[in-house]
Design a protein around this ligand. Sequence first.
Ligand code: HEM
Length: 519
Amino acid sequence: MNELHRSGISEFIGNIKNLQRSFLGSFLRGGKPTSDKSRAALMFNNFFLHVQGVKTHINTLRPTYTFGLGIISFFLLIIVVISGVMLMVYYNPSIERAYNTIKDINYVVFAGRLLRNVHKWAGEGMIIFVMLHMTRVFFTGSYGKGREFNWIIGIILLILTFGLNLSGYMLPWDQLAYWALVIVANIIQSPKEITDSLGITQYFDIGGFSKELFLGGYTAGQESLTRVYFLHVMFFPIFLFIFLGVHFWRIRKDGGLTRPENLEPVGKDTGYASRPEKTGGIFPTFKTYGLMELARGKTPAVDKDIENTVPSWPNLLLAEFAVFMLTLAVVVVYSFFIDAPLREPANSLIPENPAKAPWYFLGLQELLSYSAFMGGVGLPGVALLGLALIPYLDREEGNVGIWFSNKQGIIEAIKALIVGALVNVGILVFVVNFGWFRNWWPNIPQLLITMVNPGNIWVGFMIGWSLWVMRKGKASTRMGAIAMFTMFLVSFLIFTYMGTYLRGPNWDFFWSKSQWPIH
Ligand code: HEM
């Protein structure tokens, strides 16, 4: 009995000593992997890891191929969700209390200000990194070869990312939030510009109806905040995760990321292939080869990894872990020093002048100042449709997986960059100095301004330039797409800069904020 008792105790102590190893073993199923087979099994059997392939192509691990931009966007989303759930403990979506709860988070809650900053900057970081990721995917031609649909999913993710940020911007219910809500409501109402011009608003007021649906009434108030809160904490996050699931699943089904077609095969000499497994039996030996897979190549690839792949464990996972730590560190350090803005409480009687949308919408607000409908609905619609159609209008499969496709691609991108910047700035200089139709002919019909305004002229120029690129010399739809996308990026930057730094009260042009009139 005593003997039994003692052995039970010693076993218990042994279990405590082994706790770390046995827990890790249960998590990893079969302990730390030592062979390629067990590494593969580990990736396969783990719920979180099986989203990724057992093997990863070495091109995927090249930092200068993806720059980790997609995975950084994903990690930022995870940071946003975790910090957001913590903020929900304190935040209260009522127009009487919202502002004060944000103040409490800033000044009363322990580390609340840091938490709020992390949430805010990780969210805005997503906008930057998702745009950069899209740029990487575009310039490496990774929207083709069966990946067309994933590109479309990407566009949906882009829209959801903007929506998630914009809806969050309105929650503090300060002056910034309130007047941004009013601007967005007016953008939603902008089809009225067309129905008014056609004189059919009293029968078909789609603009007015959409605005009312968004605000939950005729003016911004409690119903609006409730709706925006629902969009921010339920609608956008849920759909982001659903579409991200599809995005990642498609990457697996498409055979991983794109890569250049004719990469030289690499084998053991790269240091990636691992030591063969020990066989069982009375005289164990190391297997030197086995008929495991059918591999492309001219000679039997004994001891060589299949077509330039390496085990995802640990190669891919370590890289991802490093990127995650770096992302988290940068967000936390930035948030430590830079505070998320909070103005005075919302006041519907004192309009902000200028009333500005958040920075990522200021390009649109500039277009909006030419024509509400074209800036709010028409041109963003054309831009999104154009982006979504790229893979279907350019179906060239050569040079996929190579930045800018070839030398000509680099030249077309540089040309589009220079010409696009010059024409875009030229249009803005003209508008600032000479105004537009309404300044010259005050009674001109609005429909004419809707159809012919600086925004439309710019988009017309981009389309014309891209068609010209496709026509001349070595005609190529890919080159046309490169020209178009480059100009889109250039104008996004220029319009955003214009709206952010050069527009002041009454949306007038100023070289700097110090020149704004004091009122
Ligand atoms: C929340 C937003 C997004 C997240 C978290 C995300 C995440 C990712 C990740 C992790 C990858 C694999 C590795 C990498 O390229 O870094 C990837 C690949 C891809 N993404 Fe995204 N993505 C997002 C938005 C977009 C957008 C806006 C587009 C394009 C419009 C897009 C199109 C693609 C395509 C086509 C691939 C496959 C690329 C290839 O085969 O080389 N994604 N995405």
